[in-house]
Design a protein around this ligand. Structure first.
Ligand SMILES: [Zn+2]
Length: 279
């Protein structure tokens, strides 16, 4: 699954005492990663410190070890130009271009960088926070509030009705693309309840029989997607017009443009199509 924690990766927060001669550096400017500017395959800096490239990161974080390489992330200021021979690239566009394990770790790194950037001060009392060395968290020395990297669980549901699938368009989607429905889990809600509520709110369709398919870390910006199949119970489609501009039942032989293979949405839809074609 794209963005899943690589098997050769061991997380850690405390860097080696002596900085390694060469480490992998995930340097971000906002959501963009610093990669070699020459054509594919893209590469990230493999050096002692981004200072070697003439960069002065605002903050750095130790990520642990990938294979035999120590890994760090770094945050560049908003207006910083890339060094000669390097470029800033959006993470999505690097899928299939960057090494898979490094791509996955980049998805983790961008979330650590963003969390670190936005938790320099205590949310309760405003004091400057301090990074803890025992785990990935920051603590307020005054009121002792501890904050951890934040994840927003989101449920995705693909509804099946005989040989048709319920697919919908968000206004943010590329032209003509439809996907499974999704929404964020509310406090106090089970995943199954979230699935039923989101699908009903967005399309007016009632579903049941949620069946787990797979999950995917989704760093845009900090979701964990949890994907299910579900069965149609009742209702006529009425798109809510806000989160969903159109929803339709699509027959398996008559599908619209689907999401790219980077997402669990596409795997969920492909799996349903596969089942229907053999049935
Ligand atoms: Zn505080």
């Amino acid at each position: 699954m794209p963005f899943q924690w690589p098997s050769a990766y061991a997380s850690a927060v405390d860097p080696p005492e002596k900085p390694p001669e060469r480490s992998l550096w995930f340097v971000f400017r906002g959501g963009e990663l610093l990669v070699s500017a020459i054509p594919a395959p893209a590469a990230i800096p493999h050096c002692n410190n981004p200072k070697d490239l003439g960069m002065m990161p605002l903050r750095t974080q130790y990520l642990g070890v990938l294979g035999t390489e120590h890994c760090f992330s770094a945050e560049a200021a908003a207006e910083v130009q890339p060094p000669q021979g390097w470029s800033w690239q959006g993470l999505r566009g690097l899928f299939g271009t960057l090494d898979d394990a490094q791509f996955a770790l980049a998805g983790r790194a961008v979330q650590i960088v963003e969390w670190d950037r936005t938790h320099q001060y205590c949310g309760a009392c405003g004091e400057v926070t301090v990074a803890r060395t025992s785990e990935r968290s920051r603590e307020c020395p005054r009121c002792r509030l501890v904050v951890y990297p934040r994840l927003a669980p989101a449920v995705m549901g693909l509804v099946r009705r005989e040989r048709s699938l319920l697919l919908a368009r968000s206004p943010r989607f590329p032209e003509g693309m439809y996907s499974a429905l999704a929404g964020f889990v509310e406090p106090g809600e089970t995943l199954e309840q979230c699935l039923e509520r989101e699908i009903y709110e967005e399309t007016g369709i009632q579903v049941r029989n949620a069946r787990y398919f797979a999950s995917q870390p989704w760093p845009f910006p900090n979701s964990l997607m949890i994907a299910f199949f579900a069965d149609y119970v009742a209702g006529e489609i009425r798109a809510d017009g806000v989160e969903i501009v159109d929803a339709q039942w699509f027959g398996v032989e008559d599908l619209p443009r689907l999401p790219a293979k980077i997402s669990v949405a596409r795997r969920l839809i492909d799996a349903a199509i596969g089942e229907m074609l053999v049935a």
